[in-house]
Ligand binder design. Sequence first.
Ligand SMILES: [Fe+2]
Length: 210
Amino acid sequence: MLKTEVLEEIQLYMQKNMDDKRYEHSLRVADTAKILCIQYGENPEAGYFAGLVHDLCKQFSDEKIKTLAKKDGLAISHIEKKKPSLLHGRAGAVLLEEEFFSKEFFRKSAAVLLDYKDAILEAVRFHTFGEEKLSVLAKIVYIADKIEPGRSYEAKSLLEEIQVLELDDLALKVIQDAIAYLERKKKEVALSTLRFYEELLSNRVADYDD
Ligand SMILES: [Fe+2]
């Protein structure tokens, strides 16, 4: 079981580092991720935690976000270079590992989270753009961020479809919405989003072949 001190500690950190609106969004993403975990057979505590912390660095300065994100060793895309705040997921994964997962109190009271450490860090790292070959937990956090009940009517209506949709089909609907939104806004779609989209589409074609 996840001890409440861990949640209290992280929630305190969040309240200090983000405004109320962002904090409330984080709580709704956590709840939504937990519901999706129950529906799709993933660990609900790990899902709740990953959803809760996905935007941990969202309101840090660009400089702080860049400094943290660079530590993951991945290339920085030109979209991220142009708008460093888009690196907040990558920065969040680094911060979580440095400030929480590696700390004694966390290791002692959050065994369930330690078992899911890699999936939680991956979920936080890639929640903004998505990526191919994501774990179930990371797909769930990507989806939960986009369909939590505070989002637009269209996006949150997908929450009502989880009883009838496979996880990848739900992810496909969410990513199609995300790409359509970017196109309407005349914004570039990140390569990792396109890789995620292509993978979901090709899995679907593979299903038809069976
Ligand atoms: Fe985010």
